[in-house]
Design a protein around this ligand. Structure first.
Ligand SMILES: [Zn+2]
Length: 180
């Protein structure tokens, strides 16, 4: 099964997302849609803090929460705020390949050494810090995580449309995750 849908024309956008801010996001980023002037955010984008990603979207188009792995579990108040006060009805959750939040344990020594040498922590505090937080921020597989995180958000906010997608750091394009 091909889990990622390449969006190279507006027909590739899943029908449930067409003519919604999710479809617009895909058209702006992948299809060079001409930007419109917005005075209000149309959707909330959740994406990783990774520096390799840049979205082509008009000014004022979206609220963006950036967190490691596009994991919004610890940003829920901000999600709620964007819905309740910011008035958005759509969330695009964007993971990416080669995410640093996958297999954190493989970078444990580097993490601890880095905090000691670069930030001035003592070794024990750095170890405790890693062991406490790594399990909370580990995402496992990127596509699986984004799919399950999208489902969690759908249960938490039943009236909101949540679209899981992936950003490729190889070609800088967005792909919809095929959930069927
Ligand atoms: Zn990442």
């Amino acid at each position: 099964m091909n889990r990622l849908m390449d969006i190279s024309s507006s027909k590739d956008i899943f029908p449930e997302y067409r003519n919604t801010p999710i479809g617009l996001l895909l058209e702006y980023h992948n299809l060079d849609r001409k930007p419109k002037i917005y005075s209000q955010a149309q959707l909330l984008i959740g994406m990783c803090m990774d520096n390799r990603k840049h979205l082509h979207i008009p000014d004022n188009f979206a609220f963006i929460i950036r967190a490691g792995g596009a994991n919004l579990r610890y940003s829920e108040f901000k999600v709620s705020y964007a819905i309740a006060v910011g008035d958005i009805q759509h969330i695009a959750l964007i993971g990416h390949n080669n995410c640093g939040m996958v297999n954190l344990i493989s970078r444990k020594e580097q993490f601890i050494k880095g905090l000691v040498n670069k930030a001035g922590w003592d070794k024990e505090a750095a170890e405790d810090h890693f062991m406490h937080f790594a399990p909370m921020f580990e995402i496992g597989n990127e596509i699986d995580f984004i799919s399950s995180e999208a489902n969690r958000l759908r249960l938490r906010y039943p009236k909101i449309t949540v679209a899981p997608m992936m950003y490729s750091v190889d070609d800088n394009r967005l792909y919809l995750i095929n959930e069927k």
